[in-house]
Design a protein around this ligand. Structure first.
Ligand code: GRG
Length: 292
């Protein structure tokens, strides 16, 4: 199934919410322009959609996750802005447009990224969730982003360039730099739905495997797709000798591995209520076929 068809309704819902947020928050300052530019630049909005689906899977309403989904998309956008900086991946194209630093300069891009982190915290803090739910989401967010999470994943990704790499190391980098944010989406959606811990844990596990598969496909597409289709530079992993699954296993085995991870993800979905989790299953299987 084409994931753009599956996600379009929820993506539109999210994009409307984001527009309203930016209109309400809007100032004419240069930093706000850079902040809004990156948030509005498009993208698949997989993370907020995943957060909605996790919530629905446990009987909650997709709309209720919008503030939390916005906060997660802000963290994701921040990580892309910083990842694109000259000191890290040094990319000038993202989502089919000039990257934040290419458009506004490096200093403004760094600050726009910084602002996104703190706005994300503020969006959660002022959301209408019970205090304990907000605290749990913020705690999980800090854990997945911090020195053992995304930051660690990015650090290992950068420092592994040009070195021999095992599949265990690739998996560890993928878990930290990508899958942990998927775990946060699942945790958050499930928590907003009021799920019990024994319902939340398998959904977080679903996020782990889905995130691993997602990053593997991302790295496969870097080799097999084009700048025009992806809206970002391709072929860089090979050129920079990055630590990717394609380097560790080759293309064919990488595809097989992504399918294995997807199957593991799907096996964790609640079997007793196939109807509610069917969209998560469709999304997971659809992601394997994604072309962008
Ligand atoms: C503390 C959050 C935080 C990060 C600091 C810069 C950094 C450390 C991490 C960057 C990690 C990174 C760039 C991971 C790549 C994840 C990935 C597959 C991004 C592409 O996601 P898509 O395809 O992008 O969902 P769109 O554009 O569709 O939103």
């Amino acid at each position: 199934m084409d994931i753009t068809v599956l996600t379009s309704g929820k993506k539109d819902l999210f994009d409307r919410y984001l527009r309203e947020y930016l209109e309400a928050e809007g100032t004419s300052s240069g930093i706000f322009e850079a902040f809004a530019y990156s948030l509005k630049a498009g993208g698949k909005r997989i993370r907020p959609v995943l957060t909605m689906l996790a919530c629905e899977c446990l009987g909650g309403k997709a709309e209720d996750t919008l503030p939390a989904g916005l906060a997660i998309e802000m963290i994701h956008t921040f990580s892309l802005i910083h990842d694109d900086l000259p000191a890290l991946d040094n990319d000038d194209l993202r989502r089919g447009r000039p990257t934040c630093h290419a458009m506004f300069g490096e200093a403004t891009a760094i600050l726009a990224g910084d602002a996104l982190i703190f706005q994300a915290l503020s969006v959660i803090a002022s959301a209408g969730y019970p205090a304990q739910t907000k605290l749990d989401i913020l705690g999980f967010m800090a854990e997945v982003c911090g020195v053992k999470g995304l930051v660690q994943g990015e650090y290992r990704d950068v420092t592994a360039e040009g070195k021999e790499i095992s599949m265990d190391e690739v998996r560890d980098i993928y878990r930290r730099k990508t899958a942990r944010l998927f775990e946060l989406c699942m945790f958050t959606g499930a928590r907003v739905a009021g799920g019990a811990q024994e319902q939340i844990d398998p959904l977080v596990g679903f996020g782990t495997y889905l995130g691993l598969a997602f990053q593997a496909i991302d790295d496969i597409l870097d080799v097999t797709s084009s700048r025009e289709v992806l809206g970002k530079t391709t072929g860089k992993d090979l050129a920079q000798d990055k630590a990717t699954i394609v380097k560790a296993l080759g293309l064919q085995e990488s595809r097989r591995w992504a399918r294995d991870m997807t199957e593991k993800a799907v096996s964790l979905l609640p079997a007793a209520d196939g109807a509610r989790s069917k969209d998560l299953k469709r999304l997971a299987l659809g992601m394997l076929e994604r072309v962008a």
